[in-house]
Design a protein around this ligand. Structure first.
Ligand code: SF4
Length: 352
């Protein structure tokens, strides 16, 4: 099976061997890296992984942590459902499996946030299982190397790719983890989404797309509709020293993070009447920020309002909290909101 052998030989020579989650075979580190790497590139994951593992060095410590603390360390990495799932997973493993991550992908897949490819990757890297993986990078390589038709988002294409991935598995003498890592590295370093570096590719001689000069046609693209643009107005209540944050609901975008109160409907009655009492010329409209999500774009209008002392009480609404500017780093705040706050702080507060 030259395909797998070529990948393994290439990985040993040119692949990555010093990623922070490769220093040992600790199943928790491998689990964390696989969850963080879902839909996120290695270079973006590394700093988050280091900070997270430093603060939560074991599944037990993660299980015992407060959700707010976990979200604060995930803030900025995006796809926050992953953090909630990971936290729940840690609690389940602590109670049901005495803190030991199951070594079997059939059990791993039953845990929150773990799909088939992630379960196989963990089983493979942490427990030497001999199983195929199929993440985004692997899908791209297989689509090109075997000219698999159909967009990878389609169920039928995915089924065909899984069958192919199973067929291509190396024989047991070859390391399945070197093969899995090799595919991941090849997708990330050589068979890139745009402009694959075919001259450096170990499977060039057997890649059908290369041999027919049709790399750009695979994977087939789905026709993207123009993404809808949604709008949101947030209110930045502050008194120079403090700001008011509001905890997001547990579902929807930025679930469980701390953000700014959203328009009038989210504010407490005290805040609403206070906000109404402020003359229009004392409300500052900050520049609109555009944030891109996978399925839509979001225009964020921020209105800054100054309050004095305890002009309104926050106790009526438990999701609201007055936070010192100096302490906002301790809160899990979505990156566009954090950017708005940082810019505002630099441009306005420092001048006062
Ligand atoms: Fe990708 Fe090019 Fe290698 Fe084919 S030859 S797998 S297109 S890098």
């Amino acid at each position: 099976m030259t395909f797998a052998k070529n990948i393994v030989d290439w990985q040993i020579k040119f692949g990555r061997h010093d990623l922070p989650w490769q220093i040992n075979k600790d199943p928790y580190r491998i689990l964390l890296s696989e969850i963080m790497l879902q839909q996120t590139q290695v270079s973006a994951v590394i700093p988050f992984f280091k900070k997270f593992i430093h603060r939560f060095p074991s599944l037990k410590i993660l299980a015992e942590a407060k959700t707010d603390d976990v979200m604060a360390y995930w803030a900025g990495l995006g796809y926050y459902r992953r953090a909630h799932n990971l936290h729940n997973l840690a609690k389940i493993v602590t109670v049901k499996y005495r803190g030991e991550l199951p070594n079997n992908s059939k059990i791993l897949i039953t845990l929150p946030g773990i799909g088939r490819s992630t379960a196989s990757a963990i089983a493979c890297f942490a427990f030497n299982a001999h199983e195929p993986i199929l993440d985004g990078n692997v899908k791209r390589i297989l689509c090109r190397a075997f000219m698999v038709s159909g967009p990878i988002q389609k169920k039928s294409t995915e089924t065909a790719l899984w069958t192919l991935a199973e067929t291509l598995m190396p024989h047991k003498q070859l390391s399945a983890s070197a093969y899995a890592q090799g595919l991941m590295d090849l997708g990330s370093l050589v068979c890139k989404r745009n402009k694959p570096l075919c001259d450096s590719c170990p499977i060039q001689g057997e890649c059908k797309a290369f041999l027919t000069k049709s790399q750009h046609l695979f994977p087939e693209k789905i026709k993207r509709k123009t993404l809808p643009v949604k709008e949101k107005t947030v209110i930045l209540f502050h008194n120079y020293k403090n700001i008011v944050l509001q905890k997001r609901p547990s579902t929807g975008i930025w679930s469980g993070l701390w953000s700014l109160p959203e328009d009038q409907s989210d504010c407490s009655e005290e805040m609403k009447s206070f906000s109404k009492s402020i003359p229009k010329n004392e409300k500052i409209h900050l520049p609109i920020v555009l944030h891109k999500f996978t399925h839509f774009h979001l225009k964020i209008q921020t209105i800054a309002v100054i309050y004095n002392g305890d002009s309104f009480k926050l106790k009526a609404n438990k999701s609201l909290k007055q936070v010192a500017w100096a302490n906002i780093q301790q809160y899990g705040i979505p990156s566009p909101i954090k950017k708005i706050l940082e810019d505002f702080y630099k441009n306005n507060i420092l001048k006062n």
